[in-house]
Design a protein. Structure first.
Length: 266
């Protein structure tokens, strides 16, 4: 069987833990052939974001043209989209080429707390990209921004969010519960078949840089290889858990270090 052909649409991370770097590492670790389209160049490390520069629309379009015209893409992971024009351009190509699986990580805030998009960028994610995504993977602060509500404090609050998130237009919602406190880090998944709790023990680590990029990329890379979306999402969460368990071995950075994407090999 040929490898899954995976496309990352995201910004850079020169420190190697998030954005395009995390996407490529994750999909490669899970056996996919990776391609990429850059939307923005960031000056960033494990301590924070220093500067963001969106790429010109002509260059983003040229990248999308080059990849979609030549490579038969099976799955797409969309990460940082900083403005409305970029979102509309990405949607144009998704609707033209109709890849089988599109996963959107609605990136708006870095783990350091730095805002990565402006108000137009927020509307671009919510109104332009979510309706063409098969799966969205918001964390609790992102979900609260999308719904203009408070961040939930418990599992009941997460369940109360699901109808609103589902109404935004995506078929599947993976609501990540990592921001809650306690000994578990459970995620709540809404699919056309119902709701599912994905349970996991909380990993005590500071190495959470790029964890959202990693989970979304794992889901995208695994969807073509599983009969049901929920099984792909379960396997992606298991991969994420193991990558966090091994993260401290890397000893990377002075802030929030990255997950260990290649924990199974070294």
């Amino acid at each position: 069987m040929r490898p899954t052909r995976f496309l990352s649409i995201a910004g850079t991370d020169p420190s190697g833990g998030a954005g395009q770097s995390a996407d490529i590492k994750t999909a490669s670790a899970l056996g996919a052939y990776t391609t990429s389209v850059l939307t923005a160049v960031l000056a960033q490390n494990t301590c924070g974001v220093r500067e963001v520069m969106a790429l010109p629309q002509t260059l983003i379009r040229a990248q999308l043209d080059a990849v979609f015209e030549d490579i038969g893409i099976d799955c797409v992971k969309i990460g940082m989209v900083s403005d409305l024009a970029t979102a509309q351009l990405i949607r144009e190509f998704i609707e033209r080429y109709r890849p089988a699986h599109v996963v959107l990580d609605p990136v708006m805030v870095a783990k350091s707390g730095d805002m990565l998009v402006d108000r137009d960028g927020f509307h671009a994610v919510r109104d332009v990209l979510i309706p063409v995504a098969d799966v969205i993977t918001p964390n609790l602060p992102e979900a609260a921004v999308l719904l203009n509500t408070d961040i939930p404090a418990n599992h009941d609050g997460m369940e109360a969010m699901l109808p609103g998130l589902g109404a935004l237009g995506s078929d599947i919602v993976v609501l990540k519960g990592g921001y809650l406190v306690g000994s578990v880090s459970n995620d709540l998944v809404l699919t056309p078949d119902g709701t599912h709790w994905l349970e996991a023990e909380r990993i005590r680590t500071r190495s959470l840089h790029g964890s959202g990029c990693t989970l979304a990329s794992a889901i995208a890379a695994l969807l073509p290889r599983h009969d049901t979306p929920i099984e792909a999402i379960r396997q992606a969460k298991a991969y994420m858990t193991r990558a966090l368990e091994a993260a401290e071995r890397l000893e990377v950075g002075k802030g929030q270090g990255p997950a260990h994407h290649f924990h199974a090999w070294w």
